[in-house]
Design a protein around this ligand. Structure first.
Ligand code: GLY
Length: 602
């Protein structure tokens, strides 16, 4: 066991706060990171061990995110009287610096914002889009077959028009309280003065086999000997600071046109191999639009839950899985039991079969509304047999299908992060943010990394003459599984704010956390700490080194094919607390021990 206490002045200061509990002890180093990184493309972001966390309680305002410096930046905005959105922007801009492998301004994001004054929930889609020149056969190689996953990722073809900057600006215009420039200050300061390289950043840079191939990334992430900067090294990113200064001064126009836009366009074309050159243009960038969508809301055990609609599949999958589980005595079965894992894995099979068949950008694909029809969801759940696994589910026939489609077999990897925030005005933000694979397309421009989000499209565009809903099309947004989620209490106030990175496994991670808090009455930290497990309509996946691993023989006896893997979620969850009379008393929060996140509140 290796113990490294991550020290820096900021953390030391933070530790003095009564409201804060930081367990930032890097207590185990992953033995299978290598396999995660180079292995089967069903593996999400690699594990770098566990960082012990404790439950945090606070009165009225708090931030949970994947890195302490980013959380501190967001919390500083709340202390200045800023809104949850102000805090989310500051948090995101610092995440792009200190956790650049997972999210940043070169990527896209989805945000749910509960506006307390308007008593309204809004869902904002800042997903990357395919360039106008994109064609369905984008990821078909010269041999007529789908490209190898990493041949597609490490190329300009995987880069979609980034949406995060436009999203942050839209959020700020609608829900911000502090001046736009103010929310940029923490990230600019850290980028200019330097931030200490975290254990996870050190480890993932060391493990990545592609990052060095990009000259700008090599110069930034590695020392002169070509080694990952050591933990605690003060890393400066003046290019990022300059980019942020431009956006702070001129708004998103500084990003979507002019020098920064030109640099992105040139970078996606900057490959010696013609087949790897991308086609993003200045026009694609200038035309980028954030879309406000209707959140999808559903019920579970008499609670109302809301999550992200298509082009994310995450909200629909969670709704379907919860509907399938509602007939089972989950509270009685408890966490980590054979019946629980069996039922949740089977519910996953059914939901992921529908996901592959029907979920895509609703501006291009006819996503059947019937996927959320109560009778349909109940009929799907009725297919679960507690004595034996269905092994592989077929998609259902929800009401309202208009086009015969073929399934998309793509399983997304992810460099993704989640932010949960509440402010003292009662506003809430749940935002999941991504550059897709870890370090995205491994292309660094002006201090930030470009996404590879277009590999979230299906590589195949048709199957047996039928189109794949999630095929590449010009201007389309790739299907996601990101599921920023808010659970409401009986009075219509946000009660739980959660979400996670984890590629196509996100829906299973969020499901486990919700069931943990609602059925098993766990606090957010305990729910997040639960082992990850589930099925994406392949094997039943169990998190390595956790109690559920012991269920493998019993699950196999019920017909499951079981795969034991590192299952690196990055959950953050905040939960309102109540007294015996049901009156709200405050909040409590947890961050995923599988990553470096934390919660600060007061
Ligand atoms: N790139 C991860 C997701 O959108 O689900």
């Amino acid at each position: 066991m290796i113990s490294i206490i991550f020290k820096n002045n900021l953390i030391a200061q933070l530790k003095k706060r009564r409201t804060l509990v930081v367990g930032f002890v890097f207590w185990a180093v992953c033995g299978s990171c290598f396999a995660q990184l180079f292995g089967a493309p069903s593996a999400p972001e690699p594990s770098t061990g566990l960082y012990k966390k404790s439950l945090v309680t606070f009165k009225s305002q708090g931030v949970a995110a994947a890195n302490p410096l980013a959380v501190e930046a967001g919390f500083a905005m709340l202390k200045l009287g800023g809104s949850a959105v102000d805090a989310a922007i500051a948090t995101q801009l610092v995440l792009g610096l200190v956790e650049p492998q997972s999210s940043g301004i070169g990527g896209g994001a989805f945000a749910l914002v509960h506006d307390a004054k308007a008593k309204k929930l809004r869902a904002y889609d800042g997903r990357e889009t395919a360039p106008a020149a994109a064609k369905p056969e984008r990821f078909i190689g010269s041999d007529g077959l789908p490209m190898k996953y990493y041949d597609a990722v490490i190329s300009g073809k995987s880069v979609g028009t980034p949406g995060t900057v436009a999203l942050l600006e839209t959020l700020h215009k609608r829900h911000g309280k502090l001046p736009w420039k103010k929310v940029f200050e923490p990230a600019i300061e850290l980028a200019e003065k330097g931030f200490p390289v975290s254990p996870r950043l050190h480890e993932v840079v060391k493990l990545d086999r592609f990052l060095k191939d990009d000259a700008a990334a090599r110069a930034y992430f590695f020392n002169e000997k070509g080694e990952s900067w050591p933990i605690g090294h003060p890393l400066k990113n003046p290019e990022y600071a300059k980019t942020l200064r431009s956006i702070a001064a001129s708004g998103s126009t500084a990003f979507y046109s002019g020098e920064i836009a030109d640099a992105m366009v040139n970078a996606v074309r900057d490959y010696t191999d013609v087949a790897k050159r991308g086609d993003l243009t200045q026009t694609d960038l200038a035309n980028y639009q954030v879309i406000e969508r209707d959140p999808i809301c559903f019920s579970y055990r008499a609670k109302k839950l809301c999550s992200m609609p298509a082009p994310s599949s995450g909200g629909v999958a969670i709704a379907q899985m919860l509907a399938a589980l509602e007939r089972f005595p989950m509270a009685q079965w408890g966490a980590n039991s054979l019946d629980t894992v069996h039922a949740m894995a089977e519910a996953g099979r059914l939901a992921y079969a529908d996901r592959a068949q029907y979920l895509a950008d609703p501006g291009f694909a006819d996503v059947p509304k019937g996927l959320l029809d109560a009778t349909y969801m109940k009929s799907r759940g009725a297919l679960i047999d507690m004595t034996k696994s269905m092994k592989r589910a077929e998609p259902g026939t929800p009401p309202g299908i208009k086009v015969a489609l073929a399934a998309d077999p793509n399983i997304a990897l992810t460099g993704t992060s989640h932010i949960s925030i509440v402010d003292k005005f009662g506003n809430v933000v749940s935002m999941t943010t991504t550059i897709e694979d870890i370090f995205g397309a491994r292309k660094m421009v002006r201090g930030f990394l470009l996404n590879n989000e277009l590999t979230d499209f299906s590589m195949r565009f048709e199957e047996n003459g039928k189109p794949v809903a999630n095929r590449v099309q010009a201007g389309k947004r790739p299907r996601s599984t990101m599921a920023p989620t808010i659970v409401y209490d009986a009075k219509g106030a946000p009660e739980i704010v959660t979400g996670s990175p984890g590629g196509s496994a996100i829906a299973n991670y969020v499901l486990k956390t919700i069931v943990g808090m609602i059925d098993w009455k766990l606090d957010p930290q305990a729910a997040i700490d639960l082992p990850n497990f589930g099925s994406r309509n392949g094997p039943t996946e169990l998190e390595k080194g956790t109690p559920v691993e012991a269920l493998k023989p019993a699950l196999e006896a019920r017909g499951h094919t079981v795969s034991v893997i590192d299952f690196t979620s990055g959950l953050q969850a905040l939960q309102r607390t109540y007294d015996a009379k049901g009156q709200p008393t405050g909040w409590r929060g947890g961050a995923d021990p599988r990553r470096e996140g934390m919660v600060i509140g007061d």
